[in-house]
Design a protein around this ligand. Structure first.
Ligand code: XIL
Length: 375
């Protein structure tokens, strides 16, 4: 039985039929590693130990009901980094969707737990335009609509928000997704959020400048999901990064969400993309890793194919030398965001089972895929 999340649904509704069809592409069953063999399952070192030897963060996420979830059971043993799934999103912290009113209580509670267990806290997210009312308070749009000078008004609101949040969490959250998902999901243009409509791409640069001013000691990341790492969209993202770096916008790294929803991303393309990040002197993290089991439905053993996929992405990241951390978007297969968003909540798209522990917290082959990819 899947646990109910009670979370808001996420707006990936408009998935074009082309992408829906991709799920039907046959998957090659070639598996380089036998993740079920003794060699791997008898390995007693944990993910955390292996990651620490590599000087890397290995992370999981905490939901609002983290105390009742398996979060507290796995975090101290396996992870040294925690991201909060929703509670740091601007709209989630704003009671009544009002600007300037904050309720930090859930985030504070999770952060205290994380710090007590020696975890680095990753802040997700300061500025995200995708889901008005969730990713930012609805009142932002009302205020802008009634302003004589929408540009200045929006800048004031963004600055005030970034200052308030970064001051509140100073010394406790050391890496932040300053801007999340600036691009259209399936286009190659910046997404037409109201922030973009008012300030153009300057909203992104401005947010980074405000964040650096508010706290010079935190790491600042631009976070995005890619289905392809060398298409027009990925190249447009690299162009944006170049522009930011050449203009001296304070940015430390790129967050690659790396949700594997329909098809595995090409590792060759990923290497190219990472190379471009490296040339710019930036770092990256895999920030929201999950790999749906359903995409391997044609493999002889989908769980092993999934393990192989985890292995490849982790190995590529570690070998790049500029990957600071890898975070999974969930703890175990008992609860994943996919189970609550269309189309993945539909029977025909399941099983999602996208994580490295099963719903009883047994280590899946995927766990060993990650472990061996890290070594
Ligand atoms: C998702 C959460 O997991 C869900 O609980 C919520 O309903 C919607 O948001 N990219 C992101 C994350 O940057 O914030 C999203 O998280 C998943 C996609």
């Amino acid at each position: 039985m899947k646990k109910k999340s009670g979370m808001s649904s996420f707006n990936y509704n408009s998935i074009p039929s082309l992408l829906k069809m991709m799920i039907a592409k046959p998957h090659s069953n070639k598996c380089e590693h036998d993740f079920s063999s003794e060699k791997y399952t008898s390995d007693e070192s944990t993910l955390k130990e292996v990651a620490e030897k590599k000087n890397m963060f290995i992370g999981t996420i905490a939901s609002h009901n983290f105390k009742e979830s398996n979060f507290c059971k796995v975090t101290p043993k396996y992870f040294n980094s925690v991201t909060i799934e929703n509670a740091l999103k601007w709209g989630h912290m704003s009671p009544n969707n009002k600007v300037g009113e904050y309720d930090f209580s859930i985030a504070d509670e999770i952060i205290n737990y994380g710090k007590d267990h020696n975890c680095r806290m990753r802040g997700h997210v300061l500025v995200w335009g995708r889901v008005p009312g969730k990713s930012y308070p609805l009142e932002v749009d009302e205020i802008i609509k009634n302003s004589n000078n929408p540009q200045e008004t929006l800048k004031e609101i963004l600055k005030e928000h970034i200052n308030t949040v970064l001051n509140h969490f100073k010394g406790r959250v050391d890496t932040w997704d300053v801007v999340n998902e600036p691009f259209e999901v399936f286009g190659h243009k910046l997404a037409p959020y109201s922030f973009y409509e008012i300030l153009g791409k300057d909203y992104i640069k401005y947010a980074f400048k405000c964040a650096r001013e508010a706290d010079p000691n935190i790491k600042l990341y631009l976070n995005e999901q890619f289905f392809y790492y060398r298409d027009k969209r990925a190249k447009a993202f690299i162009e944006l990064l170049k522009e930011m770096v050449y203009e001296g916008v304070p940015i430390d790294g790129v967050g690659l969400q790396h949700h594997v929803m329909f098809n595995e991303q090409s590792i060759e393309d990923l290497k190219w993309f990472i190379g471009e990040i490296k040339k710019l002197g930036l770092k990256f993290e895999i920030t929201e890793l999950d790999i749906r089991e359903k995409i391997f439905k044609r493999a002889k053993n989908p769980a092993l194919a999934q393990a192989e996929s985890y292995y490849k992405i982790v190995k590529t990241s570690v070998e790049s030398g500029i990957c600071k951390g890898i975070t999974f978007w969930g703890i175990d297969d008992g609860y994943s965001w996919y189970d609550h968003i269309p189309p993945f909540n539909l029977k025909s798209y399941q099983p999602n089972n996208p994580l490295i522990f099963d719903d009883k917290l047994n280590k899946k082959p995927a766990y060993y895929g990650v472990l061996n990819g890290m070594k």
